[in-house]
Structures are given as structure tokens and as C-alpha cells.
Design a protein around this ligand. Structure first.
Ligand code: TRP
Length: 335
């Protein structure tokens, strides 16, 4: 049987070029060899997204983005996390074998506590909801419910995956070998693409290239990309700007070699690099942009894909949950 790959996509911002390079493309590549389960982690987003319309819109946007970038819903089971009640039952059960101290050490929770301390709050938990605290347990349930073998995620999720493994081991020690211990797969380029202002491309820095921006917006953002003051004819460090990183990730290797040599040899200005990146990206994204617009104009299409995905995923989830219930001593009654 094919091994299973699973990942969750948190709908918290519009998909951008670094998301594609670091998350979408590697996950789609894995789906060629693995039995892939990819889902919109809408209840994870609920820890921060409190606006009802925003949750609705973001859910469609990320689903449409993955579909537009090439996810084939016949090969990949694409679903919405909240359509599987099994996830939440498993979350509770796992919580009961999870040491509280493990959650105290979670990076996201610790960062929130540090922020409260920085603000001089008397209560360091002020403003932190239980969802933030429970987040890693929900993520463990997402993964363990499908007996995932590999989980492609960014480096920032490595601790969560470690926690998932710890929780699964604790469960198995307590109740017997029911849960599969998953492996982390980190894409090498994940999280290293620089944005418009020269910092890591991230929605929280507002320095992203949206994947589905129109040509004018894309051109404008590329023009504003930060470069150093090296003059047109001087040798340049290609890696000093996200522009070259993006070019390298999308272009054919021989084109990348040529551009790198031209920059290093002083035969290409930053302006010329910007033009080259625009041309490349605009061409590469033209098809997906069209497909994205189509999907967003017909949300029923997206709903059908996600509903069909949930329908395929649920029997799988129910099977594992039945084994878990059996293992913990929760019998099924019938009359
Ligand atoms: N926490 C992940 C993120 O912020 C999203 C996520 C939720 C996830 N559940 C998952 C990723 C399960 C992998 C597997 O990106």
C-alpha cells in the first residue's frame, strides 16, 4: 500500500509566492508518490481569525489557490478539517495522554506569554485563548487520525511534529500500538525566500508577492523589491535579494546559471533582473491566475471538491477512531 502524506493548510492569509515555493509545490510533488491527504485547517485558524466573513473568504482562497496551482482532487484527498468531527473527538482523547508541561513548552504559546510579560501584564496568560494552548493537540489529531507516514511542513512546524510523535508514543505505551509515528519532511527552500522589503517573505511583514495578483500589481511590487546600491555595471551578490531566489526556483537551470553569471560579472543591473523576474513570474502564473479567478467566481465548485474530499476522508477517519475507542475502553452499545 502507498505510504500516506498529510498536511494542513491554515487559512490565515492570501497565498503568496514563498508559500508556493516552500509549501504548495513540495506537497504537490510528494502527492505524486504518496497517498496524499491535504486539508484546510480552518479550526486551527479559529485561534486567531475572529471575523466570520474572513474565515469564509480565507477558506475559499486557500482551497482555490492549491487547486489553481495544480492540486488534482482526484489524486489528492482535499478536505476541510471541520467537516470531520472525528478530528475533535480524537483531540480530546489525545489531550488526556498529553502532559500539560509539554504544551507549556510550545513555541507559539511561549511567545504569547513572553509578549504578555513584555507588556508588563500581571497575568502572563492574559489574551491567550485555550485554542492557542491546545493547538498542538489538535494538530496531532489531524495527523494521527490518518496514520500519516510523512508530513510536509515548514521548519516552523517541526516542534509541533515532535509533539505529535511524543503524544502518539505516549498513547501507544498506554493502550498498545494503534497510532503510526509520523516523519517530518521539511523542504530545503521553505521559509528562506526574502520579501519586497528584504526581510523573510511573510504575511505578517506585509512584504509578499501574492500568487494571484494581476500583472500591474505584480509589476509594481517587483519594482519596489529591495536591492542594494550596487551600480548597473558592478558585480552583484545574487542571493542578497529575494528576486534572484524566486527566479532560481521558477526558471530552468540554464537560465538561472546565465542570470547568476550576469549578476556576478556586473553584466546585469537590478532593473534588468526585475524585468526578467516579472516576465518569468507573469508567464508562469498566467494560467493559475485564470483558474483561480474561475474558481473564486464559482464557489460551488470549491464546495463540491471539499465536500467530496470530506466524504472520502471520513470513513478512513472513522476506522482509526473506532480502533482508538476500542483501545481506551469506550465500547459501542447497540440495542
Ligand atoms: N499548524 C500548521 C501551520 O500553521 C497547520 C496544520 C494544522 C498542520 N494541522 C496540521 C500541518 C497537520 C501539518 C499537519 O502551518
Amino acid at each position: 500500500m502507498a505510504k500516506r502524506s498529510l498536511t494542513g493548510i491554515k487559512p490565515t492569509g492570501i497565498p503568496h509566492v514563498a508559500n508556493y515555493i516552500g509549501a504548495i509545490r513540495p506537497a504537490l510533488a510528494l502527492s505524486e508518490q504518496y497517498d496524499a491527504y491535504y486539508f484546510i485547517a480552518d479550526y486551527h485558524a479559529l485561534t486567531t481569525v475572529k471575523d466570520r466573513q474572513a474565515l469564509i473568504d480565507l477558506t475559499y482562497e486557500v482551497a482555490a489557490a492549491w487547486l489553481a496551482m495544480g492540486l488534482d482532487p482526484d489524486r489528492v484527498t482535499l478536505y476541510r478539517q471541520s467537516d470531520l468531527p472525528e478530528v475533535f473527538e480524537l483531540t480530546w482523547i489525545l489531550g488526556c495522554v498529553t502532559p500539560k508541561g509539554l504544551m507549556n513548552r510550545a513555541h507559539a504559546y511561549k511567545a504569547a506569554v513572553a509578549e504578555a510579560e513584555r507588556q508588563g501584564r500581571a497575568d502572563v496568560d492574559a489574551g491567550i485563548n485555550m485554542g492557542v494552548y491546545y493547538y498542538p493537540v489538535l494538530m496531532a489529531a489531524d495527523i494521527l487520525l490518518f496514520s500519516a507516514d510523512v508530513v510536509p511542513v515548514g521548519r516552523d512546524q517541526a516542534q509541533h511534529l515532535e509533539m505529535t510523535r511524543d503524544i502518539a508514543e505516549k498513547f501507544n505505551l498506554t493502550y498498545g500500538e494503534v497510532l503510526t509515528i509520523p516523519e517530518l519532511v521539511v523542504s530545503p527552500t521553505a521559509a528562506s525566500i526574502l520579501g519586497v522589503d528584504g526581510r523573510k517573505m511573510s504575511k505578517s511583514y506585509r512584504n509578499v508577492l501574492p500568487l494571484f495578483a494581476g500583472p500591474d500589481e505584480l509589476a509594481g511590487l517587483i519594482r519596489r523589491f529591495k536591492t542594494d546600491s550596487t551600480g548597473a555595471g558592478e558585480p552583484k551578490d545574487p542571493e542578497s535579494t529575494g528576486l534572484f531566489q524566486i527566479y532560481r526556483e521558477i526558471a530552468a537551470p540554464e537560465d538561472t546559471g546565465r542570470v547568476r553569471a550576469a549578476l556576478e560579472g556586473g553584466g546585469m543591473s537590478w532593473k534588468e533582473l526585475k524585468d526578467a523576474v516579472f516576465e518569468l513570474l507573469d508567464g508562469f502564473l498566467a494560467g493559475p491566475r485564470e483558474r483561480y479567478r474561475e474558481l473564486m467566481a464559482d464557489k460551488a465548485q470549491i464546495q463540491r471538491v471539499l465536500a467530496a474530499g470530506a466524504e472520502r476522508a471520513r470513513p478512513e477517519a472513522a476506522g482509526l477512531l473506532a480502533r482508538v475507542r476500542g483501545a481506551i475502553g469506550r465500547e459501542t452499545f447497540s440495542r
